[in-house]
Design a protein around this ligand. Structure first.
Ligand code: ZN
Length: 188
């Protein structure tokens, strides 16, 4: 606990209190980021975002399981009440959830089985499988009726990104293929 509170003390000593004060009355994030609970994945840092910029849903394996209330609630709220313009699924290398889908004996608790039991390993290695798993989440978002309706109206879009922890490279899935674009326009 002391590391948490020491961290807060360091944060507070340099925090831009005016920035927080300005946000106290509400938020207007431009994107919903669905990403993994993995401690190495920090969306605010990766996307150089400030408080108020990103609405973030993190869970083990960055799953967009819209049959789960916490996932559906985050997407509903982001779309209907916050008016996000982008839904970004951010997957990553060396994902424990992806690796567990190959070695199901890693799913050794009820919670892990219930959360990850329906996932599967698709591809030659964990990078391919992580990308394939990310694509399945993107499809879930795209097929969600509320998202679909708003996307058809042109008010929101969804994208899929893959972060390489070892090199900090970011790949984007576009038109059926992965590439590293020179520039990403997440915010429209
Ligand atoms: Zn992960």
């Amino acid at each position: 606990m002391h590391r948490i509170l020491d961290g807060y003390a360091r944060f507070f000593s340099s925090a831009d209190l005016g920035e927080y004060r300005a946000l106290a009355g509400g938020q207007r994030p431009h994107s919903l980021v669905i990403t993994c609970s993995d401690s190495r994945i920090v969306p605010e840092e990766l996307f150089d975002a400030r408080p108020g910029d990103l609405f973030v849903l993190r869970n083990v394996g960055n799953l967009a399981r819209l049959d789960e209330p916490s996932v559906a609630a985050a997407l509903d709220y982001a779309l209907l009440h916050l008016g996000v313009k982008n839904v970004v699924v951010l997957a990553h290398t060396d994902c424990g959830a992806v690796k567990a889908s190959k070695n199901v004996d890693h799913l050794d608790t009820d919670g892990l089985k219930r959360w990850l039991g329906a996932e599967f390993f698709q591809g030659e290695d964990s990078e391919e499988a992580g990308k394939a798993a990310g694509l399945r989440q993107l499809r879930r978002v795209e097929q969600y009726p509320l998202f679909k309706k708003m996307a058809d109206e042109g008010s929101v879009s969804a994208s899929l990104l893959f972060f390489h922890i070892d090199t900090c490279a970011l790949e984007v899935y576009e038109d059926g293929a992965w590439s590293v674009p020179e520039r990403l326009a997440l915010c429209e």
